[in-house]
Design a protein around this ligand. Structure first.
Ligand SMILES: Nc1nc2c(ncn2[C@@H]2O[C@H](COP(=O)(O)OP(=O)(O)OP(=O)(O)O)[C@@H](O)[C@H]2O)c(=O)[nH]1
Ligand code: SF4
Ligand SMILES: [Mg+2]
Length: 413
């Protein structure tokens, strides 16, 4: 695991009934009082997130939540937020006390197991005597673990950390590469990064930085240019680059300026593969050909970083979509981590690059779209299609191209 440094954070959710000691546990794990602890049931209301360094996993985020037995109208709203957290965590800690396992915990375990989220059952308050553990191991199943602690007296907290490390899901450790598999040591990659008004001041955005890092890790050469300078780069390079990666917004110009024998893709298409499932997201894009005026589209942004993606998601994609369809569409927007529950009434969902959320989080949305029968694609795939260069941008991903062509064929029969 030490050989597998994590570039993204593992999300660890802390669940349990009110007063079980969830906040006390998070404070004990962090070593300082982040969350308010009290004997008043329902002290924690909204989810509280805290980034933390957990060796050897590296950066993680702990998410403290409201009690799963919260009551009343407000309690119901809090529990809905807790359910949202449940969807996106990589590992779940279920905190119980002397009351043992009730209906609420059993229902939560079922939901977590349906999602294949590893569960650590933390039997807290061992200073008051042993909490009952009858039947818990069976309920948790093979992957689950059980630890007895006292959060109050900081007993056995290291055992919780060790258990979390054992429970880190395999797919987290084996995240697909962003770009490393597309380049050779000694090869070169050209990145095309527009610096316009939408670009953040004084820095590059996360996917660009991540790609640069992976290219360097692969012992390849990375050239970064704005779209205007791209043609000149080909004149200067002694041999053609292994790959050109451009911002989706300039994909048409980059495709026109890149020799046809040089593979080209976009940051957002790389993110589709890295954060979710490029094959499913390209198949989902086939729906764009079937959209009719009046259809409903959801454009989902995974954060509220208004400057970075606002213009693309809120202005450009809607405009290009309406032009493509030849009429008006009903376009809704969602932003932040709370992807809408009910999406069955949409004809298509277009998700952003999701650079600010975990892979598990993004996969859980894709899973929800599949379950409700709504095709889903992402900004990069949609923009390439709308600009007429999808075949070009998927040149390095034949399986994704095949899935898209199959979905187009299926739709036309
Ligand atoms: N004796 C004992 N008391 C504990 C332990 N852990 C927590 N408590 C007490 O239990 C009460 C509830 O603790 P919290 O950490 O606020 O519980 P919570 O699960 O976050 O509760 P809510 O936010 O209300 O859902 C507090 O009075 C804590 O001091 C423990 O290990 N032993
Ligand atoms: S998470 Fe989505 S909306 Fe936020 S910066 Fe990344 S791509 Fe843009
Ligand atoms: Mg609490």
């Amino acid at each position: 695991m030490l050989d597998t440094p994590k570039s993204l954070r593992l999300h660890i959710g802390i669940f349990g009934r009110r007063n079980a000691g969830k906040s006390s546990l998070i404070n004990a794990l962090l070593g300082y009082p982040l969350s308010i602890v009290s004997d008043v049931a329902g002290t924690t209301t909204d989810p509280v997130e805290k980034a933390f360094e957990l060796p050897p996993i590296g950066p993680v985020v702990f998410v403290d939540t409201a009690g799963i037995d919260d009551e009343g109208a407000l309690g119901g709203m809090r529990m809905a937020k807790t359910a949202g957290v449940l969807e996106r965590v990589d590992v779940a800690l279920l905190v119980c006390d002397q009351r043992g396992l009730g209906e609420e915990e059993r229902a939560l375990i079922v939901q977590l197991r349906e999602r294949e989220t590893p569960i650590l059952c933390v039997l807290n308050k061992s200073d008051l005597g042993e909490a009952p553990d009858a039947g818990i191991a069976e309920l948790l199943g093979e992957g689950g673990e059980l630890v007895r602690i006292s959060a109050l007296e900081h007993q056995n907290i290291d055992a919780v950390k060790e258990s979390i490390i054992r429970l880190v899901p395999e797919d987290y450790l084996q995240e697909p590469p962003l770009v490393a598999d597309l380049i050779q040591p000694g090869g070169s990659v050209v990145l095309v990064v527009p610096i316009d008004l939408g670009a953040p001041k004084g820095r590059l955005i996360l996917p660009q930085v991540q790609v640069i890092r992976e290219v360097l890790d692969a012992d390849a050469v990375c050239t970064v240019v704005k779209e205007r300078e791209l043609s000149a780069v080909f004149e200067d390079l002694r041999s053609p680059p292994s790959l050109v990666i451009c911002d989706s917004q300039v994909v048409m110009k980059a495709a026109a300026d890149t020799p046809s024998e040089v593979p080209l893709t976009t940051f957002s298409i790389l993110m589709a593969r890295f954060k979710a499932d490029l094959i499913k997201l390209t198949a989902g894009a086939a729906m764009i050909h079937r959209l009719k005026p009046g259809d409903r589209v959801l454009i989902a942004e995974a954060c509220t970083h208004d400057l970075i993606c606002d213009d693309i998601g809120r202005v450009k994609i809607p405009r290009w979509l309406r032009q493509f369809v030849g009429g008006d569409l009903q376009i809704d927007f969602s932003s932040g981590k709370y992807f809408p529950e009910e999406i069955a009434h949409y004809d298509l969902i277009i998700q952003c690059g999701a650079c600010m959320v975990t892979r598990k989080h993004m996969l859980s949305w894709l899973y929800r779209a599949e379950r409700q029968g709504v095709p889903m694609t992402n900004y990069g795939v949609a923009i390439s299609l709308l600009q007429g260069v999808l075949t070009r941008s998927l040149q390095s991903f034949p399986a994704a191209m095949a899935a898209y062509e199959d979905a187009c064929r299926e739709a036309s029969t």
